[in-house]
Design a protein around this ligand. Sequence first.
Ligand SMILES: Nc1ncnc2c1ncn2[C@@H]1O[C@H](COP(=O)(O)OP(=O)(O)O)[C@@H](O)[C@H]1O
Ligand SMILES: [Mg+2]
Length: 342
Amino acid sequence: MSDYIMEVKDLKTHFHTKKGIVKAVDGVSFKVKKGEILAIVGESGCGKSVTSQSIMRLVGDKKSEEVTGEVLYHGEDLMKKSRLDMQKVRGKDLSMIFQDPMTSLNPAYTVGTQIAEMPMIHEKKGKKSAWNRAVEMLTKVGIPSPAKRAEQYPHQFSGGMRQRGVIAMSLACDPDLIIADEPTTALDVTIQAQVLDIIRDLRDETGTAIIMVTHDLGVVAELCDRVAVMYAGKIVEQGTIEDIFDRPKHPYTQGLLNSVPRPGSRERLKPIEGQPPNLHDLPNGCRFAERCPFVMDQCIEKEPDLLEAESKGHTVACWLEEEGNNDGDRGNTEGRGTEKVF
Ligand SMILES: Nc1ncnc2c1ncn2[C@@H]1O[C@H](COP(=O)(O)OP(=O)(O)O)[C@@H](O)[C@H]1O
Ligand SMILES: [Mg+2]
């Protein structure tokens, strides 16, 4: 058996629109191990949500939505499953948490009923035992008086509690992989920290793997084991949390790190100048070239491939990393890190 729960290979999601083809996801590949928390991070609009929705097959059914590539889940390609089989997978072994809890909660039913529905549908549990499971899950996510709360409607919950309710729902059938799309973005900072704690404890207790989609490097640093940095529909760098935070190679990753406060650092923040390219009118070369402080001729001409950097599993798509472009001055390349450059 493979160590990987999920292997995404060359995923492309192109939207055919009046303006042209929007290449929202354009050749994304990554793997997730059992019990691992993988971050997908990048600025707004870079294709993170479309990536997660494509994996869950929440896009791809319409004529205008063209999804290609493979999404191997326990070795089986989700892209090849029938709609019905996909429904069986969704919510049971593989579940998703959205940014806005009201996307998942129906205001017309009690929170308990909605959580209990999952084991009733997917595990054919009886009403009573499913309800008990719902209360157990609400307890697990730290909701006080869970039995009483289970009988309440979503509007009787605060925002943070609703998101806990949604997490409880996603856990109700013991999934082995959860895709969480900006699960804390809509919450206050203190509640955000509590929800991240819950997610971390969950992984530690149950070994559930998590794909954490976020624009927030703080969340990544706090929670994740590995990181995939996305830019304009592509992964531009991938590695362990140490690879990305201590030895970032891609100028975009470096730029992202320079634009957020670092604990203990008194350096001025430097936002990345300019805007990401239009996804329906992409340049031929590197998509970051226009904003890159190290741009070279070759960057404009041809797109770099995602290749392994110094350490195993650390990959980067940047011409600066290619043979010949960094000969003899590795130290200098290192220097492009977060402290010295700008
Ligand atoms: N159904 C759609 N039709 C056309 N363009 C879309 C559609 N859904 C998303 N997009 C575009 O795809 C890009 C990526 O969006 P998204 O994945 O939501 O970004 P984010 O990284 O912020 O989650 C955006 O430019 C968005 O406008
Ligand atoms: Mg998004």
